[in-house]
Write a protein that binds this ligand. Structure first.
Ligand code: ATP
Length: 361
């Protein structure tokens, strides 16, 4: 049976029961900038409730990183913050402002978080384009144009290098196929190999090679422009999309908006050892300080975090906690009484978080 709430369940063999379950899960929490601290404290309320109900021991350690850290310490990601993150079992991160690349891009490379997993689902009462969207974007997270290899070759000409390797493409494709195996068993590889013959060609070849090992999973390919259109035309047809770093960044924002709001979209930066969980959106300075940000993207990121802890440490309490959070979000949105302005309501961030926490019992 396909578990509607499970995104990471099929990744069990990535960790293979090799990890001893700790007595206390140490979670580093980056409150970030803009709306970050508001949605982080709202999410903490839900975490407190769920660990209480499911008897999970956690030690949440606040970590300074982002624009605030830069002005205070001269570094967006101070070494002391890196040390806390490295010693923790996982990290939950709120959005960071202008220094985002100095924080998350560095952490992705430092901790080899090679796959960015972005589930997109339509919920009731959220202005989603359709009610039956349920897809996952799996984005390569370490290379492509986002390596930042840009330079000027003359005063008026700048170039950027696009790095795509077979190995990085293959390991992200493996993750996509595993996730699809636990869902509706379909993978769409997205690229533009008719124009970018070498880089996208190599990515597509790696995906095809992995596809051969998953005969139960339907495999198809789409060019990125066609995929962008299809996400609006028939988003219900997608199950798992696997793509390169920049295409995945853009397509997952599009998919999240099609499903209602950026404020609903969580993500997981996955590695073989570690993982960081964060909303896909930015610091949203336009609404910061007003207490109206939608905290669901971060609350669902916390659900993904518990699911990953459950998978990595074979801990059923964490799996149940993840399900309980997902279920509580679904129930609150179905009732449609407590909605933030991005969903057409007038509730405050903390009111929505409290409504969700109150459904966890
Ligand atoms: P980045 O490039 O860092 O992703 P961005 O400039 O694309 O950032 P976001 O911060 O992601 O911008 O915000 C885009 C729009 O979505 C803004 O209008 C913002 O108000 C809205 N938005 C983002 N997150 C939320 C949220 N959690 N709740 C409500 N609205 C949000």
């Amino acid at each position: 049976m396909v578990d509607l709430y499970s995104v990471l369940g099929a990744l069990k063999d990535l960790y293979g029961g090799r990890y001893l379950r700790p007595d206390v899960y140490v979670i580093s929490l980056i409150p970030g900038d803009g709306i970050g601290p508001e949605i982080a404290s709202a999410t903490l309320e839900v975490i407190k409730k769920v660990v209480d109900v499911y008897g999970i021991r956690v030690d949440v350690r606040f970590v300074e990183a982002g624009d605030g850290a830069l002005s205070k310490y001269g570094q967006a990601l101070p070494q002391s913050s890196v040390d806390i993150i490295r010693k923790s079992h996982t990290c939950l991160k709120a959005p960071v402002g202008e220094t985002s690349a100095d924080v998350i891009v560095r952490l992705r490379i430092m901790l080899d978080l090679f796959a960015n997993i972005r589930p997109v689902k339509s919920y009731p009462n959220t202005q989603a384009l359709r009610g039956d969207i349920d897809l996952v974007v799996v984005r390569e997270n370490t290379e492509d144009l986002y390596k930042g290899l840009e330079f000027y070759i003359s005063n008026n000409t700048a170039v950027a290098l696009r790095v795509i390797t077979y190995e990085a493409s293959k390991r992200v494709a493996e993750v996509a196929f595993k996730i699809a195996s636990g869902r509706r068993k379909k993978v769409t590889a997205v690229h533009k190999s008719n124009v970018l013959r070498h880089t996208c060609g190599l990515f597509a070849k790696a995906c095809r090679d992995v596809a051969r090992n998953y005969p139960d999973v339907t495999y198809e390919e789409q060019y990125v422009d066609a995929c962008a259109a299809n996400l609006v035309r028939k988003p219900q047809n997608f199950d798992v999309i696997v793509t390169t770093n920049m295409f995945g960044d853009i397509l997952s924002d599009e998919a999240a908006q099609v499903a209602g709001s950026l404020g609903l979209a969580p993500s997981c930066n996955l590695g073989y050892e570690y993982a960081i969980f964060e909303p896909i959106h930015g610091a949203a300075f336009d609404i910061a300080g007003k207490g109206i940000a939608n905290p669901i993207s971060m609350i669902l990121s916390a659900a993904l975090m518990f699911e990953w802890l459950g998978v990595k440490y074979s801990d059923d309490s964490c799996i149940r906690a993840a399900r309980a959070i997902n279920d509580a979000v679904y129930r609150v949105l179905s009732e449609g009484k407590v909605l933030t302005p991005d969903l057409g309501g007038s509730a405050k961030t903390y009111e929505l978080a409290s409504a969700i926490a109150s459904k966890i019992a």
